[in-house]
Ligand binder design. Structure first.
Ligand SMILES: *Cc1c(COP(=O)(O)O)cnc(C)c1O
Length: 407
């Protein structure tokens, strides 16, 4: 008799986006003439930068020639891309990362979900609340939690991100081994300072723990004092793995390309307490279970680092940040407090009422879709997330309607 992995049965069905879709469909049925504006999504809306598209197309054409054809590439990614990443994203910022520490993949979602396979089932895991659900659910699947009770899984150390700590969690008082951090944050849009990140790095070093740092929104950072990479912090090479993605920085959500950085010094321990390097373990996992990102996609990603590509990506992100400012200004004028939007595409708004009540209010009165904060964790109750991923015209229209409805 084949049994299932019963840890999967502990997972809570995520009704968040299906609930949203249901409420939007019902509103649309009642108001067929009204155009609904979606500021709820965590997906980009602008087309691929021309430099990426040209490189993409040229690589596809190369593949259709005898001389240019390529079969399986290196699982870790082509050197041309790994070298460009190491040079532009790290060495240029004073972070000593080498090309052979970069693992190119088809997404930061997969990588942040898969990385936990390398660690013991007994590992004690610290996860922010509110959170991008991948970190939590993949640890549930692996059996690192107990049952779900009162909105939380037993055995997880939740790191509350609230207005009291300016949405940057404090160091845990319970012992932990594996720590998930995401800055600039999804869903709150909050950022972490160098000093705050240094506290986490020192904590991980002292407690023989490891930080999994999700920097998927790094390209939205405009404040020059903020760190772009955890490796800008002294001592991080031993205690941090960083995840990056071309999804939000270059519009690759449908094209698929990301990478994970595992420095050679990065370590965990075996049951006798001996240090074990993580780099060879991740390399082994990647080569066993993954067969590389397609050549044209890697050429398209490489084009992000060309002078034209870099300028086009910067303009792309600047456009979303301009939308975020429009949203923030309107919500301030209405008297709401919020975080995010200045170095992130998300605006996390304190609604002073139940998340779903606020959601219904914005939908019914303004025809605007947000994401209820409660869907991201217990600490999200009372908040909504507005996303800057839409056209400027739609954002302007949405905020005018919200001001009319709530003003
Ligand atoms: C969008 C996003 C990613 C990127 O995921 P991909 O699989 O690379 O598209 C990673 N982490 C967070 C928190 C995100 O919001």
């Amino acid at each position: 008799m084949l049994k299932v992995n019963e840890h999967y049965l502990k997972l809570q069905a995520s009704y968040l986006f299906s609930d949203i879709a249901k409420r939007v469909a019902s509103f649309q049925a009642r108001n067929p003439e009204k155009d609904v504006i979606k500021l709820g999504i965590g997906d980009v809306t602008n087309p691929l930068p021309p430099a990426c598209m040209n490189a993409f197309r040229a690589a596809v054409e190369e593949m259709a020639t005898t001389a240019g054809f390529r079969g399986y590439g290196p699982e870790q990614g082509y050197d041309f891309l790994r070298e460009a990443i190491a040079r532009h994203d790290f060495q240029a910022r004073g972070a000593a990362i080498e090309a052979d520490e970069i693992f190119v993949s088809d997404g930061a979602k997969c990588d942040t979900g898969n990385i936990q396979e390398l660690f013991a089932v007994e590992a004690r895991v610290a996860i922010p609340d509110p959170v991008y659900p991948v970190y939590l659910d993949t640890n549930v699947m692996a059996g690192r939690t107990g049952e779900y009770r009162d909105g939380r899984y037993e055995g997880i150390v939740y790191l509350d991100s609230t207005s009291d700590n300016t949405y940057v969690p404090e160091l845990p008082t319970d012992p932990v081994d594996l720590i998930y951090l995401c800055f600039p944050n999804n869903p709150t849009g909050s950022t972490i300072t160098r000093e705050q990140l240094k506290l986490w790095v020192d904590f991980a070093r002292d407690s023989k723990a490891l930080i999994l740092f999700d920097a998927a929104y790094e390209s939205f950072i405009r404040d020059p004092s903020l760190p772009h990479s955890i490796y800008e912090i002294e001592g991080a090479r031993e205690v941090a793995i960083e995840f990056r993605s071309f999804s939000k920085s270059a519009g690759f959500t449908g094209t698929r390309c990301a990478y994970t950085v595992v420095p050679k010094e990065c370590r965990a321990f075996d049951s006798r307490g001996n240090r074990q390097a993580i780099h060879p373990l991740w390399n082994r996992r990647h080569c066993t279970k993954f067969n590389g990102v397609s050549y044209p996609v890697q050429r398209a990603a490489e084009a992000v680092y060309s002078p034209e590509g870099a300028a086009q990506c910067r303009a792309l992100v600047d456009g979303y940040l301009a939308n975020a400012r429009i949203i923030g200004t309107a919500m301030s004028e209405l008297g709401y407090s919020f975080v995010g939007g200045d170095n992130a595409p998300y605006i996390w708004i304190q609604g002073n009422r139940d998340s779903w009540e606020f959601f219904d209010l914005l939908l019914d009165k303004a025809g605007v879709v947000c994401t209820p904060g409660a869907g991201f964790g217990r600490c999200g109750q009372g908040y909504i997330r507005l996303s800057a991923f839409n056209s400027e015209a739609n954002v302007v229209k949405a905020m005018a309607r919200i001001k009319e409805a709530l003003g």
